[in-house]
Structures are given as structure tokens and as C-alpha cells.
Design a protein around this ligand. Structure first.
Ligand code: HEC
Ligand code: HEC
Ligand code: HEC
Ligand code: HEC
Length: 390
């Protein structure tokens, strides 16, 4: 007699009951928005419970006061103002009050300043902050194709903390214990920067710092030899796509029609915005954040010694438009929506606690080279590439 049948039936029944009543087994209430033609699977699903928490976390703080743009300029009033010299005294003070709220609400001015000498650059946080001002100006001026009129302020990333909640670094852990242990090729662990998948865990360096092409799709059913991308590149691309989806709290169909992931003509417009976003993040990381490596103390770096870098989640923090697309720029037009001087000091000479003025050498601004990996806003738009083979 087949004794296993009654056992299998009772186990199956119990599992079915458990799936309906068991803790953690119930599906969250989901809100679904249709974004394309019916029958094409173009839907965005959102967990309603998470949306409530996100709404609370994404409220824009008001400016401390409306600044008066008239009066003497900061460069004439203070000793060591290198980037914000064009602001009026009131605008300058309003901006200092705001960045204190955005970056260091508890520590206050002393997070960046020696209170005995506000002009001194001896605290590394001030040197970093000055470069971050230049970076934020570049985001708002050069990368309108991504940030639009909404733009970004320090608050978009920092949200009241010295280090933003979401960043990435090179993650080689866990390393193989010895020669006999298998090389897992950087995958098959929980990839914290790959949307918690088991896909390759270190791809953001290739795609969001370096400029590795994001092209894996073949356009023919059978191989013709033109597409050289392998399964390895496909997995790496997928890991990046998981990072992007998780960062924005969306699924793949927000940017793709899944019947043809490669085809720009069938993709929603968000994909083009994302394309510019990828180039913007490369620019931020290669030209601003990475250059600050000699300034940051070791405890502000990842286990491989690289600085914490910007990913999509650094600004987006789980929502499709950071802070739901509410702009803060109107109160900081002169500080953050225009470019001040763009020259960069030689950060390798920085001595924390000692350096009084970290300034670019006098005539150096014209000759400073951009790193080779730099991508600029002039990069051409992806108008329906003829083929997406490599
Ligand atoms: C997040 C870092 C940061 C915080 C917090 C901060 N500052 Fe600053 N502060 C800077 C930077 C960077 C400069 C230089 C700006 C430039 O070079 O354009 C500066 C310059 C100044 C100067 C000009 C000093 C001189 O003579 O050159 C004054 C005054 C000043 N800050 C006051 C304040 C006050 C008051 C607070 C607190 C309300 C404050 N700052 C908080 C980063 C900060
Ligand atoms: C696009 C995101 C982004 C924006 C915008 C941004 N920051 Fe940052 N900032 C970062 C990241 C990421 C780090 C961490 C780098 C690290 O620790 O290696 C950082 C670090 C810093 C630090 C060093 C903190 C510490 O304790 O080590 C200061 C100070 C700072 N930012 C100030 C600012 C100011 C002021 C602005 C606005 C003018 C600003 N940032 C805008 C992403 C951003
Ligand atoms: C926020 C928008 C966005 C989301 C969400 C997104 N993608 Fe992408 N995807 C892009 C962009 C932009 C490119 C092209 C990047 C480039 O060319 O630099 C791309 C490229 C790709 C490619 C390569 C296409 C080719 O031509 O070879 C694949 C495959 C892909 N995505 C799959 C996915 C999958 C699977 C998901 C969900 C896990 C996803 N994407 C989520 C924006 C997105
Ligand atoms: C400096 C902050 C910042 C970073 C970093 C950033 N974004 Fe954005 N992103 C924005 C802002 C601001 C908007 C809203 C623009 C607007 O209102 O027009 C936006 C809008 C978008 C949109 C359009 C949403 C819609 O529904 O129209 C997509 C898609 C997007 N970002 C994808 C990305 C991806 C992918 C990355 C990482 C490669 C990224 N972003 C990194 C600031 C950022």
C-alpha cells in the first residue's frame, strides 16, 4: 500500500493552511499602477505599508529664513571663502545655518569649524564640505537632464547626517579562507549593493565609477558572433539593474518593456532619465568623491580603503523622485544653482589639524586635468541605437 499518500496529503494541507494564516506569510497590501498598454505587463507594484513610512521620511525641511541678496559680498567680508564668495552676507549666513541642519544638526557649526578660527581649514569636514558645494553646484548646473528643475541640495543625500544612509564601497567579503576554498567569483552571497540578490556584489565600481558599457542584449535569435557579452556581463548588468530598482523602489517595468529590455523605442521615458543619471553618478564619483580620498580619515573608508561613493539610493532613498520631486533650490539659487569657482586643490598635501588654508595653487584652475574616466554632460543621448550588440 502507498503509505506516503496520506502523509503527503496532510503535509500539503498543513502548508496550505499555514500559507494563509502563518505569520509573515501574508502578502502586503499592494497598490498597482498601470503604466503601459493593457496586456503588456507594464505595471508598477508598491507595498502600501512601506509607502506610509517613506512619506514621513521624505519631507523637505523649510529654509531657516529668507536671505537678503543685497549688501557686501562674502569674499570681501571673510578671510577664506573660496567658492561662495558671490553670496551676500545674509545669504552666506543663511547657507551656513542650512548646511548645519542638513549635515550636522547635533554637532552644529563645530562639525566643520574650529570655533576659535572659522577661516581655518584644519577640520577635514570643512575641506570635504567645500568640495561637496562644488559638486552640488555641478549636479544642478551640468546635470539638468537628470535632476531637472528639482535639483539637489546637501539634504537630498545627507538628511541630517554627516554620512548619508545609502552609499557603496568595494566589498570583497567574505574572502576565501584558503587556497582549497572555492573562488566564488564575487557572487553567491547577499549582494548588499545589488538589491540583496546573490548576483555579483561589486559591479557598481564598473558601472557607477568606471564606464563599462551596459549592453548585453542580442538582437537576433541565434548567435551571429557580433554580441561578445557573456553570461558574466549579463549577471553584472542585472546586479546593477537590481541596485537601480531597489534604490528607486520600483520594478524593471518602470524603465523597460520586458519583452525587449534593450529597445529604447519601447521603453518608458524614465529609462532616458536613468541613462543620464548613470552618467551623472559616474561624474560625481570620479571627479568629486574619489578625489577626496586623501582627505578622509581611514575610519570613513570601506574595508578596501576606498571612499564611500554615491549610488542611486544616495539621493533616491527608495522613492522614484527624491523627496517626491519637491525642490528646495528656490531658497538657495545663488549658493547651489549656480557655479562658483571650480578649481580643485591638491588634496594629497592636506594635513588634518594643521592645514590652515586648503586652496588651489594660484594659476592652476585652467590646467587641472579631468580624470580619464570622467564623463561629462555633453555625452550624447541614446537616441534609439541601431543595434544594441557591442
Ligand atoms: C558642513 C560643514 C559646515 C558647517 C556645519 C558650517 N560651516 Fe561655515 N564654512 C564651511 C565651508 C566649506 C566654508 C568655506 C566656504 C567657501 O570656501 O566658499 C565655511 C566658511 C565659514 C565662514 C567664513 C570664515 C572665513 O573668515 O573665511 C564663516 C563665518 C562660517 N563658515 C560660519 C559658520 C557658522 C556660524 C556655522 C554654524 C551655524 C557654520 N559655519 C557651519 C562649512 C561649514
Ligand atoms: C549626491 C550626494 C551628496 C550630496 C548632494 C552631498 N553630499 Fe556630502 N557626502 C556624500 C557622501 C556619499 C559622503 C561620504 C563620503 C565618505 O565618507 O567617504 C559625504 C560626506 C560629506 C562630509 C564628510 C562627513 C564626515 O563626517 O566624514 C561632509 C562634511 C559633507 N559631505 C558635506 C556636504 C555638504 C555641505 C553638501 C552640500 C553642499 C553635501 N555634502 C552634498 C554625498 C553627498
Ligand atoms: C530606473 C530605470 C531602470 C530600471 C528600474 C531598470 N533598468 Fe535596465 N536599463 C536602464 C538603462 C538606462 C539601461 C541602459 C544603460 C546604458 O546604456 O548605460 C538599462 C539596460 C538594461 C539591460 C541591457 C540592455 C542592452 O541593450 O543590452 C538589461 C538586460 C536590463 N536593463 C534589464 C533590467 C532588469 C532585469 C531590471 C529589473 C531588475 C531593470 N533593467 C531595471 C534603466 C533601468
Ligand atoms: C544627486 C541626486 C541623484 C542621484 C545620485 C540620482 N538621482 Fe535620479 N533623480 C534625481 C532628481 C532630483 C530627480 C527628479 C527630477 C525631476 O523632478 O525632474 C530624479 C529623477 C529620476 C528618474 C525619473 C523619475 C520619474 O518618474 O520621472 C529616474 C528614472 C531616476 N532619477 C533614476 C536614477 C538612477 C538609475 C540613478 C543612479 C544611476 C539616479 N537616479 C541617481 C536625483 C538623483
Amino acid at each position: 500500500m502507498k503509505l506516503w499518500i496520506p502523509f503527503a496529503v496532510s503535509a500539503g494541507t498543513l502548508l496550505t493552511i499555514a500559507s494563509f494564516v502563518g505569520a509573515g506569510w501574508d502578502a502586503p497590501p499592494v497598490e498597482t499602477t498601470q503604466t503601459g498598454f493593457r496586456g503588456t505587463g507594464m505595471y508598477i507594484h508598491r507595498d502600501v505599508e512601506k509607502q506610509e513610512a517613506l512619506k514621513v521620511a521624505n519631507v523637505v525641511p523649510p529654509a531657516p529664513w529668507q536671505a537678503d541678496p543685497s549688501g557686501d559680498k562674502a569674499r570681501d567680508l571673510y578671510e577664506n571663502v573660496q567658492v561662495l564668495g558671490d553670496l551676500s552676507d545674509d545669504q552666506f549666513n543663511q547657507f551656513m545655518a542650512s548646511i548645519t541642519e542638513w549635515v550636522a544638526p547635533e554637532a552644529g557649526c563645530n562639525y566643520c569649524h574650529n570655533p576659535e578660527n572659522l577661516a581655518s581649514d584644519e577640520l577635514y569636514q570643512k575641506v570635504v564640505a567645500r568640495r561637496m558645494i562644488q559638486m552640488t553646484q555641478a549636479i544642478n548646473v551640468d546635470w539638468k537632464a537628470h535632476v531637472g528643475a528639482t535639483g539637489a541640495t546637501c539634504y537630498t543625500c545627507h538628511r541630517g547626517q554627516g554620512i548619508p544612509t545609502n552609499y557603496w564601497y568595494e566589498d570583497k567579503e567574505p574572502k576565501p579562507a584558503g587556497n582549497m576554498t572555492q573562488n566564488r567569483q564575487g557572487q553567491n552571497v547577499v549582494a548588499k549593493f545589488g538589491g540583496g540578490s546573490s548576483l555579483p556584489q561589486n559591479v557598481l565600481k564598473d558601472y557607477l565609477l568606471d564606464t563599462k558599457p551596459i549592453r548585453v542584449h542580442s538582437t537576433t535569435a541565434l548567435p551571429t558572433g557580433t554580441n561578445t557579452a557573456t553570461t558574466k556581463e549579463t549577471e553584472a548588468t542585472w546586479s546593477l539593474m537590481m541596485h537601480m530598482s531597489e534604490s528607486l523602489g520600483v520594478n524593471c517595468t518602470t524603465c523597460h518593456n520586458s519583452r525587449a529590455f534593450n529597445d529604447w523605442d519601447q521603453s518608458p521615458p524614465q529609462r532616458v532619465t536613468a541613462w543620464h543619471g548613470i552618467r551623472m553618478v559616474r561624474d560625481i564619483n570620479a571627479n568629486y568623491v574619489q578625489g577626496l580620498t586623501p582627505v578622509f580619515p581611514d575610519h570613513r573608508k570601506g574595508p578596501e580603503g576606498d571612499v564611500f561613493k554615491v549610488g542611486c539610493a544616495t539621493c533616491h532613498a527608495g522613492v522614484q523622485k527624491p523627496l517626491y520631486g519637491v525642490s528646495m533650490l528656490q531658497d538657495y539659487v545663488d549658493a547651489l544653482a549656480k557655479k562658483g569657482p571650480t578649481a580643485v586643490p591638491d588634496y594629497t598635501t592636506y594635513q588634518p589639524g594643521t592645514t590652515q588654508k586648503m586652496a588651489p595653487a594660484e594659476q592652476s584652475s585652467a590646467i587641472l586635468p579631468k580624470p580619464a574616466t570622467a564623463q561629462t554632460a555633453e555625452a550624447v543621448l541614446p537616441t534609439a541605437p541601431a543595434t544594441s550588440d557591442n
